[in-house]
Design a protein around this ligand. Structure first.
Ligand SMILES: Cc1cc2nc3c(=O)[nH]c(=O)nc-3n(C[C@H](O)[C@H](O)[C@H](O)COP(=O)(O)O)c2cc1C
Length: 311
């Protein structure tokens, strides 16, 4: 049974500021860690390997031993994987969040320096592969999450994972309040994994227009009236995107074929292979329906803590 990481008890509330492509930078990570939650960012956000080194040095110098994490896309098209892995080992990054591939060699290498590995899953099949690769934690990415969301209800997936896994379970998918964080714990998760709520923080790298769209989302069409749409046509993998940002870019999903996500091209011209995903067509989860204002990370975490204590 994988031991639960000792930093869990040091967090002010059991919350991770989840890694978000083009949104999470050093300021967001530092503010999250200083507020007492686990700050993370994708290794691909710094546009070069040299910049990744600089980000890691800056983060470590400002958070005085608080835990932080880096997200690594373990996919054959990610041509920075090998170098980024060497950098993670060099800096002894405390938490590594792996997406797409759960590879035993990667997990072993991180364990050798004392790091912890959490792996994104949307179903039990991928969870079993990650468990056999020896990960310390499973991140249940459930329906309504921002980014590459799953389809399962958290009420089904978390107990299903808990039934087969004693390690750390993180739950992501539209968690918007401290009550939601409490509910994640009640379901059997150890940590709540929040992305969308952090997009509209002052410290995030999202543009002002993106933040404003999140705090004032336009309702979508019936039958769901959701401001977001779940589609594989933008990046090639099913993800939730803000309908209003599709409209602003003149994208009609009914006239668009499936996109292709190629991680080697993510930063070519600051855009993905499919041209617009992430940079111009903005992702957010169902939790945008509960966002009210652009605020600092400290204000967001204070509110989550108040609600968590009340719940
Ligand atoms: C704009 C955006 C970009 C994201 N980029 C990544 C990423 O690069 N890597 C990753 O593992 N997850 C990514 N995610 C998913 C988040 O890490 C997390 O699973 C999700 O935001 C949790 O659901 P919530 O947004 O409903 O809180 C992204 C999510 C959003 C909203």
């Amino acid at each position: 049974m994988p031991a639960k990481p000792s930093f869990l008890s040091k967090l002010r509330i059991p919350v991770v500021a989840a890694p978000m492509f083009l949104v999470s930078g050093p300021e967001l990570v530092i503010a999250s860690c200083k507020s007492g939650v686990l700050g993370t960012f994708p290794a691909l956000n710094p546009r070069t390997d040299k910049l990744l080194d600089e980000w890691l040095v800056k983060i470590k110098s400002e958070i005085s031993n608080a835990p932080y994490g880096v997200n690594l896309i373990v996919h054959k098209t990610n041509n920075r994987l090998e170098t980024n892995m060497e950098q993670i080992v060099k800096h002894k990054v405390p938490v590594v969040i792996t997406s797409l591939g759960a590879v035993k060699d990667v997990v072993d290498e991180i364990h050798r320096y004392g790091g912890v590995v959490f792996h994104d899953v949307t179903n039990i099949v991928h969870a079993r592969k990650a468990i056999s690769a020896g990960v310390d934690g499973l991140i249940a990415v459930t329906a309504g999450a921002g980014g590459h969301a799953g389809l399962m209800s958290p009420f089904a997936l978390v107990p299903q994972l808990r039934n087969e896994f004693d390690g750390t379970i993180l739950l992501g998918g539209a968690i918007s309040t401290g009550g939601g964080v409490r509910a994640a714990k009640a379901l059997g998760a150890d940590l709540a994994y929040l992305g969308t709520q952090f997009i509209a923080t002052k410290e995030s790298m999202a543009s002002q227009a993106y933040k404003e769209m999140c705090v004032n989302p336009k309702l979508g069409p019936p039958p769901s009236f959701l401001p977001t749409v779940y589609t594989d046509k933008i990046s090639g993998v099913n993800a939730n995107f803000l309908i209003e940002s599709l409209e602003r870019n003149g994208i009609d999903l009914s006239a668009t074929s499936k996109g292709t996500e190629d991680f080697s091209k993510l930063h070519a011209d600051g855009k993905t292979a499919s041209g617009k995903a992430w940079k111009d067509v903005w992702s957010a989860g169902h939790g945008v329906t509960n966002m009210k204002k652009i605020e600092s990370v400290a204000e967001l975490v204070d509110r989550l803590e108040r609600e968590y204590k009340l719940a």
